[in-house]
Design a protein around this ligand. Structure first.
Ligand SMILES: Nc1ncnc2c1ncn2[C@@H]1O[C@H](COP(=O)(O)OP(=O)(O)OP(=O)(O)O)[C@@H](O)[C@H]1O
Length: 291
């Protein structure tokens, strides 16, 4: 599958959610879609699922525009944090409707997952607890086997144990049935190990799209005496710095440091890196082209 966004714009009245977004996602992989609140993530995911029309630009999935187009929509399963299902339907109805919509639906796997998350098939969606409602969404997303499966913070109300089950299942389904999975989350530390690629949106545009491995390589944390740090890092692209008890720590991005002297060298987690990169004063340096 190939998703192509070219100068995509989405405006809700005067509110611009996506502004000239350019992005290509291709192949079978698990992609982390990150961004601060209001960055435009949900808007992008809903455009991909054909929920509404873009205001400008071109958005295609395998060269088809998704809006009002079953040929494209049947390939995309979007599970959001809420409003996925009609309140009046029972769990079993929702599973049947999904089975009819998604051509690759795996009925046996869906039944297995209903047991894993301990759902009652006769219960109506509106009577499910928050966590159970999320579990139902997760079941539909996983069992859909849709070539593009998208989860937009699908775990609201799920406790830590079930969230961990979800991440294990995501990897298991991906390994059994590789496809393009997009996971948007604010709980980056919990899932970052699953991401092969990372996309960061910032104020409706693409800030960064890279492999997780490149992101790991592209940054370095140096800690040591202020004098030595300042000498080695002067004029470099510092995305974060702090000083504690005479020891200075700096995080450098996209810099080739071959000599670190006596400085301690370490790496940030993806969550830390995300926080540093999306700070207002930093993101102006970082805006990169796509991989
Ligand atoms: N239905 C709507 N009407 C008006 N403005 C909207 C609507 N939906 C989203 N927006 C606006 O579009 C922008 C992007 O919102 P979006 O929900 O896509 O962001 P997000 O990255 O998913 O945020 P979050 O992480 O908080 O869920 C925000 O400024 C938001 O207020």
């Amino acid at each position: 599958m190939i998703i192509k966004a070219k100068n995509v714009r989405k405006q809700y009245h005067k509110n611009v959610a996506l502004n000239d977004l350019n992005l290509t996602l291709e192949g079978n992989k698990i992609i982390g879609l990150l961004g601060k609140n209001g960055a435009g993530k949900t808007t992008l995911m809903r455009l991909l699922a054909g929920h509404f029309l873009k205001s400008g630009g071109e958005l295609t999935i395998n060269n088809e525009a998704p809006f009002n187009n079953y040929a494209a929509m049947k390939n995309v399963c979007l599970i959001m944090e809420s409003n996925n299902f009609h309140d009046k339907f029972r769990v079993k109805d929702i599973l049947n409707i999904s089975a009819n919509f998604y051509p690759n639906w795996d009925r046996e796997y869906a039944n297995h997952l209903v047991n894993v998350f301990r759902l009652n098939k006769n219960q109506k969606a509106k009577t499910l607890s928050k966590g159970m409602y999320s579990a139902l969404g997760i079941i539909v997303g996983l069992a859909s086997n849709a070539p593009i499966t998208i989860f937009d913070e699908p775990y609201i109300g799920l406790d830590a144990a079930f969230r961990s089950t979800f991440y294990d299942l995501l990897l298991e389904t991906y390994q059994n049935n590789p496809r393009l999975i997009i996971l948007s989350t604010h709980l980056i530390d919990e899932v970052s190990k699953l991401f092969e690629e990372v996309v960061i949106l910032h104020e409706g545009t693409l800030m960064l799209h890279d492999t997780a491995d490149n992101l790991e390589q592209k940054h370095i944390i140096l800690t040591g005496s202020k004098e030595e740090i300042d000498q080695i890092t002067s004029g470099r692209n510092i995305i974060h710095d702090s000083t504690m008890m005479g020891q200075k720590t700096v995080v450098l991005y996209d810099e080739n440091i071959t000599e670190a002297g006596s400085l301690k060298v370490s790496k940030a987690s993806l969550q830390e890196l995300f926080v540093y990169l999306t700070k207002e004063e930093v993101n102006k340096y970082v805006r990169t082209n796509e991989i």
